[in-house]
Design a protein around this ligand. Structure first.
Ligand code: ZN
Length: 396
């Protein structure tokens, strides 16, 4: 290199370093100023709450990693969809007719006259403000703290909402995702990883059902392994099962059509519900894992439902071993698992002592949903340290 070129090169390097230093200094200054501002908003009384709200809304938030699709759509939207389908909603309970107030009726043309008389259209709901407001309270946790004395306990109230909007919630996935995307962009969220629909159920022979349903959390590992292997071998190459799983993957693709772009990305978790029989749980879990390896949009598998349910508590360890079994066969599938979504008193104390640990150590979870009972776990500090070492993410 000639001398003058060498000098120009050195000047260029120095210029770049200085520019980078200046940019880093400016960036650090901005970070410090933002932190100072944030501290001023959160310290002291609540007079700055509105300003804090504006700050948090504008803050780039990256991704929402714990997201339930049906729980994120507003009841007002579900009512629009009920109207679009000409469904009706029961305005009172009737034990003789097996009718439950606030429930959606989808089989409108099959109703008897007495059933019809109790089922009102969405237009009629809008004309009755008291009923409309009461319905919103049932279909969501709206304003719960002001009327908790007249409702179920908070966890039951929350999980019950899914039964109310359940009949309509799976009707317009693409439209619903578009609404969620628009909200996310307006709140400066760039990524959502949502739980849209559980892994489809699979029907197997009665013999297999009996085999799996004889398992429980105290069954020994080899007994569990023999039963799950028999089930796995039966379904893994079954053409009907593969069609069911491929249809599920197609449904995810169709639902996501037009959502992903340069500003926003949507991905999905397939999942299983904890409250069913061992055979049903394993079938749905098998399809959840199988779909995850067939789709780039499905990035993990989860487990959902009230963790304090009788079956959820009884079969907890068995469920973790089902995850372990399938994780061994589908090692690239990542697990984000609800675990420790419990508080003292919701279940007997011994039920708080092992769920998070088993989700990590037995099932192989790399993310934990909620984990709020962690300080009741056996050797909580050791578990926390382990989670730190393994980079286990906790989703609030
Ligand atoms: Zn959740």
């Amino acid at each position: 290199m000639e001398m003058h070129l060498f000098v120009i090169f050195i000047y260029a390097v120095i210029f770049c370093i200085e520019t980078n230093n200046a940019a880093t200094l400016k960036s650090n200054k901005n970070i410090d100023a933002t932190m100072e501002y944030y501290k001023r908003l959160i310290i002291g009384d609540t007079s700055k709450l509105s300003e804090l709200n504006i700050f948090i809304t504008n803050m780039p938030k990256g991704g929402d990693l714990h997201h339930h699709y049906s729980g994120s759509i507003y009841s007002e939207t579900y009512l629009n969809w009920v109207a679009r389908n000409n469904y009706c909603v029961y305005r009172e309970d009737n034990q003789t007719l097996k009718i439950q107030k606030y429930k959606i009726e989808t089989r409108v043309s099959n109703l008897t006259d007495s059933e019809k008389a109790l089922c009102i259209t969405v237009s009629e709901i809008y004309l009755d403000n008291d009923f409309y407001r009461a319905l919103l309270k049932r279909w969501s946790t709206i304003d719960y703290s002001n009327h908790y004395h007249e409702q179920s306990p908070p966890s039951k109230q929350f999980f019950d909402t899914f039964d109310y909007f359940g009949p309509i919630s799976n009707s317009y996935y693409n439209e619903g995702l578009m609404l969620l995307k628009n909200t996310a962009i307006s709140e400066n969220v760039q990524y959502i990883e949502t739980m849209l629909k559980s892994g489809p159920s699979i029907s197997v022979t009665d013999e297999l059902n009996v085999k799996l349903n004889s398992l429980n959390s105290k069954s020994n590992d080899s007994e569990i392994d023999i039963a799950l292997t028999a089930y796995f071998n039966m379904v893994v190459n079954d053409s009907n099962v593969n069609t069911i799983i491929n249809n599920y993957v197609k449904m995810i693709d169709t639902s996501a059509a037009g959502i992903n772009d340069g500003n926003f990305a949507i991905r999905f978790q397939s999942y299983v519900s904890r409250g069913s029989s061992p055979s049903q749980v394993f079938g749905s879990l098998f399809s959840a894992f199988s779909s995850a390896i067939r789709s780039d949009l499905i990035v993990g598998v989860n487990i959902v439902g009230p963790e304090n349910g009788i079956v959820s508590m009884r079969d907890y360890t068995l469920h973790m071993k089902m995850f372990r079994f399938l994780k061994q066969r589908f090692p690239t599938v990542k697990l984000a698992m609800h675990a420790g979504e419990l508080v003292l008193g919701l279940v007997p104390p011994e039920g708080l002592q092992f769920h998070i640990r088993e989700a990590i150590e037995i099932a192989g979870a790399s993310r934990i949903g909620h984990g709020i009972d962690i300080f009741y776990e056996h050797n909580a500090y050791e578990l926390l340290e382990k989670m730190k070492q393994l980079n286990i993410v906790v989703e609030a």
